[in-house]
Structures are given as C-alpha cells and as structure tokens.
Design a protein. Sequence first.
Length: 311
Amino acid sequence: MTVMHDGQQTLTMGQAARELELRTGELELAVQLGAVHTIPAGNARGPGAAHHRRRVPAGEIARLRSEPDYPDAFRERIRTVGTTEAATLMGIGPGRFLRLTKSGCFSPVRFYVNRYGALVWLYLASEVAAFADRAPDLLHANTPAAMRTMLDEGQDWRARQWRGRRVAQLMGQAADAWEAAAVIAAVLPPEEFASVVQDPAERAVLRGLKPHFASVITATAAARESFESVLVAEAFDEVLWYRVNLHRAVERARDEAPDRTRSVTHGLSRMPRRRRPAAPTGPGRRGPSDPHTGRNRPSWTTETSSLPSRS
C-alpha cells in the first residue's frame, strides 16, 4: 500500500523491492550507492530510524522500471563479488587481489560475518573491472615498495575504506546538521566522542540520532565482535580525521539549530559533568595526519577524499 508523504506517493523498502523485482539486500545496496532515491519516513522514531526507515517514491519506481533491460541491467550495476570472483574478473590470483584490497586500492561496499566469525568483504563488480582497466601495472608488475611495506606492517584498509564510504553515504542522506554530526560521532570510540562533545545534552541528541550502518546477522559472540570492529575507527590518523570533522559538524549544528538540545538539558542539568578524557597518545600510533590528504594515506587508495558539506 502506498502512502502520501510530502505530496507524493511512497512505498516501504519491502514494497519497493517487490515492485522493482529486487531482493531486499539488492535494494538496500542500491539505495546506499545512490542508484535509488529515497526519502525519510515521516514517522521514523528511535536510533537510526531517520536513516533506516526510508521510503521510495512511486515516481522513482516508475523511472527505474522504464529503463532499458530492467531489471537485468540494473542488477548488473549493483552486482557484488567476493575475493575469488573478483580476482577472476581481474585475471589475477586471490592472493594478489587480497593484497590490493588490504592496501586500499578500492573500497568494499558490503560485508557479512561467516559462521566462523570471520569478516567476508564484497566489492562492486563494476568497480573491480574499472580498477583493472585503470591500473594494469598493479595487477601484474612487482608490488610497489610502499605497498609492500604497508602490508608487511600488517595494515588492512578494508574496514577503514568501508567506513569512509558509508559515512559519506549517510551524511548525504542527513536531514539536518545534527543528523550529519551523528553519522560522524557513530564511528568514533566512546572516549573520543566524549572528548570532542563534552556537553551531555549534545551527546544525548547525537546518540539518539545514531544511524543504521549495516544489516549483518550476528548469531554468535565472535560474529558480534567482528561486526562491531568494523563500525568504529581505530587507527590514530583515522580517529583524528573524524574528531576534527565531528568538531566542525557540531559547531555547524549549534549555529543552525541551537535549540535542538533544550528538550534534554533539563533532565541532565543535575548530572555531574564527566571529566574530559585525555587525548590519545603513546608509542606505535600513526599520525597525526589526515587519512584523506596526509602523508600516511597511500597514493593508490580510493578512500573518500572528503566528507559531504552541508550548505
């Protein structure tokens, strides 16, 4: 059943998937990639609801169904492949492909946790093919020295690349500056989040707006641990990047909607203010540098160059 929203007929994600002859997961990925336009559900409530409970305009469904060779051509655009199939597409061995992905040559678009609790990354087939055409030397020539050093150090940029991509996607859907700030806050470790946003009322608002990052089945403790490890930044320079951007985003939110926190301030007014955690220090930390532009970012990576700005 369609519902009117902002003067247009809309469908739930499940209804839209049936109309578009897509599996729910295919539609979810298409939305994340911007291939299907959605709008926030007007009655969305709770953490992540503004991002997770979205609706598809009926006009968008009509547009997609009118495309030539739909749905086969559309499915091909959003087709994902794992390591073995991706390596075959590129004409290289799985080991070579794994080295390319760990060093950040391109970003995963999805992941799941297998029965052993291990992360399994998925890539867009079209992006894999495009990379093979763009960088043939990285497929068959000797691995660059900088990349070998990076891999020898045990670096693995797959989760980092996925986070950067997903943050950019969710910020693009944010309805206002507070929602945009909540996206960035969601990938920071709790102590870093509290360090940047010291006002308890503001932290409560951002936690309430926490977006839905991924739908992953986590039936075991090992699976949950693997899943949660993907959602939070860990490397010093990546954490620093999100800290700086969260600070800017919260300042922008305060300017645009200074009264947003007023409703929760009264209940928190008598709570003692937490002491500000110390800034992360210690040997072995990388940085400081911006992972998108700084010296620690490999030149061959495709990590999102910047977060979307909100005008």
